[in-house]
Design a binder for this molecule. Sequence first.
Ligand SMILES: C[C@H](O)CC(=O)SCCNC(=O)CCNC(=O)[C@H](O)C(C)(C)COP(=O)(O)OP(=O)(O)OC[C@H]1O[C@@H](n2cnc3c(N)ncnc32)[C@H](O)[C@@H]1OP(=O)(O)O
Length: 723
Amino acid sequence: MNLKGRTTIDVGADGVAVITIINPPVNSLSLDVLNSLKESYDQALRRDDVKAIVVTGAKGKFSGGFDITAFGGIQGGKIPAPKPGFVSVEILSDTVEAARKPSVAAIDGLALGGGLEVAMACHARICTSNAQLGLPELQLGIIPGFGGTQRLPRLVGLSKSLEMMLTSKPVKGEEALSLGLVDAIATPDQLLATARRWALDILGGQKPCIASLLKTDKLEPLAEAREILNFARVQARKQAPNLKHPLVCIDVVEEGILSGPRAGLWKEAEAFQVLLHSDTCKSLVHVFFAQRGTTKVPGVTDLGLAPRPIKKVAILGGGLMGSGIATALILSNYSVLLKEVNEKFLQGGMDRVKANLQSQVKKGKMSEEKFEKTYSLLKGVLDYESFRDVDMVIEAVIENVSLKQQIFADLEKYCPPHCILASNTSTIDLNLIGEKTKSEDRIIGAHFFSPAHVMPLLEIVRTQKTSPQVIVDLLDVGKKIKKTPVVVGNCTGFAVNRMFFPYTQAALLLVERGTDVYQIDKAITKFGMPMGPFRLCDLVGFGVAVATGSQFVLNFPERTYKSMLIPLMQEDKRAGETTRKGFYIYDNRRKASPDPELKKYIEKAREMSGVTVDPKVTKLSEKDIVEMIFFPVVNEACRVLAEGIAVKAADLDISAIMGMGFPFYRGGIMFWADTLGSKYICSRLEEWSKSYGGFFKPCAYLADRAAKGASLSAPMDVAKARL
Ligand SMILES: C[C@H](O)CC(=O)SCCNC(=O)CCNC(=O)[C@H](O)C(C)(C)COP(=O)(O)OP(=O)(O)OC[C@H]1O[C@@H](n2cnc3c(N)ncnc32)[C@H](O)[C@@H]1OP(=O)(O)O
């Protein structure tokens, strides 16, 4: 039988058995690994030549936790779930922790989730400085299920343990030591020897033998504990009102504090099983794999091409985008040339980069020394002379076709032949930009989102002529600057802006037919978007909204809803937050309040569009509002997929989450749509299209999937096969 991972046991002359977890790439705890861990333990406890035990992970990684690839199988009933308490009680508490032979965990690299839970069941932990220890289960919609909710509070105190679990953030070696999570730090080459000695010292009574589950010294007194738990509840409700599992985690921790750790373990086991089957867990596991899947592009990343080294990058344009991109690059140690057209603009760009870095220093996230070192990687220039040895150029000038054409023709002259020529355009056809060059195979889109040094998404836009090598190179740069890159095809708006457009349009259509602006924003925010469509319009400014909108009107006239509401407000110098007036009015502290004056603009816009208030639309439920705004987005996402602009539905999920702020715990736009069903979405769009026009008309892809009862995310051939 093909086992998924294993443990080995190696007994030394000193009587210490080293049990090693082996399951590449992160030594995750598959069911096979867990069974093998139990067998290795049983053996070690049985054998007379074993006096003590060290648990470790192969190749410098302790363990990345429970095997997430098994989640889908367990949820779908294809893999039997381990019976409640099998790991947390039977293996870790009753076999490892209760054993009369001491165990020490030797931790290098990762000890996450179940990995850390195994380590916490040992009687001591030694780690390296670079080790990362944490319980990130909540980011997958579950809670720690191998005893972590009980042992972590007892090792580091309630307050810190709740912080670690609720934020899913790991701690590194030194912090783990100061918290009491580990007992000592060792260098990687001394790790095993130190752990072996420690285990023998416990046996000999020179070091204490501590069962984490029975510790109480770090737990706060009961009254204080109750306060901490209640504060955590208030925070969790405020930060994620749509999520239940953080509250379940707090309840389970509380059970252990009030009724003892054994009761806590059982409550944890039951809650874990329930959460594992929740929609939130399914969505978040999908997001976990979808995010890692964006760098797998058929016909590109499967050709065996290695990314070429990129050392020096030039940025054209030091505006908001250019300076943000430069910041992102120098933060990841790239040497950057920032080119502007005159001294004044250049200084402005350099200052913006400096300010971006200084804000990190102010927040305590960067030292002065690191600031100096990072900023020294940036050099301002006014001509192309120093472009002779650059490996990549990213053009970030204003959206003007002839200007960009000229720039790319110049770049071809000055840059070396291997240099990647990228554009940060969000709207202009890349084929047009490269038309006047002979370098179309190395022209590519690198579409960042503002602020570029903060936003996590990078749309990599390829044309028919872009070479796979250039895509592989940019994917590598994207990863190195800690972005999630998504490869898309060339079209107006690419993936993210194509999806954003119907979002705003649908909102305008509803308002002209009688839905209240603020009610729309409220419903959309409750659904989980960081803000509603109107608050967002105010934030980006009406100028940007009109400019991008006009590109869509030009390219997709048959499905644009042409409302005059924004232009009318603009005429009155209401252009959003910067003018302190838009759909909301803003006070000195930028606090937004509804504006009764809005009514007159809406009435005028309604008149110009020739529509009347529809009593049904004035009384829409929150669910209706969400559907009438997001189903057109789903419809557009289907078009993007059908046109081959996106490689796979999961890429659109990630684009929606990272580019639009779509709630990650709903799994992304297509995943969410599939939870509702293509038939339902199509029938609602058809119904609205009859009443409110072609804007809602389902596209062929959506109608086809609905007719076949197929999911929207299934690859084309799978959908056909389902017939
Ligand atoms: C009962 C328990 O309490 C429940 C649990 O333990 S739930 C699991 C808790 N653990 C986690 O949440 C950790 C999840 N993993 C991560 O955060 C990151 O993958 C990491 C920090 C471990 C490594 O990050 P990084 O080095 O950037 O590599 P990354 O690309 O993410 O992962 C490498 C590969 O390992 C896989 N992987 C990572 N963690 C995994 C896990 N726990 N199970 C299965 N596969 C895993 C990834 O899918 C990826 O596979 P791929 O190469 O086929 O795409």
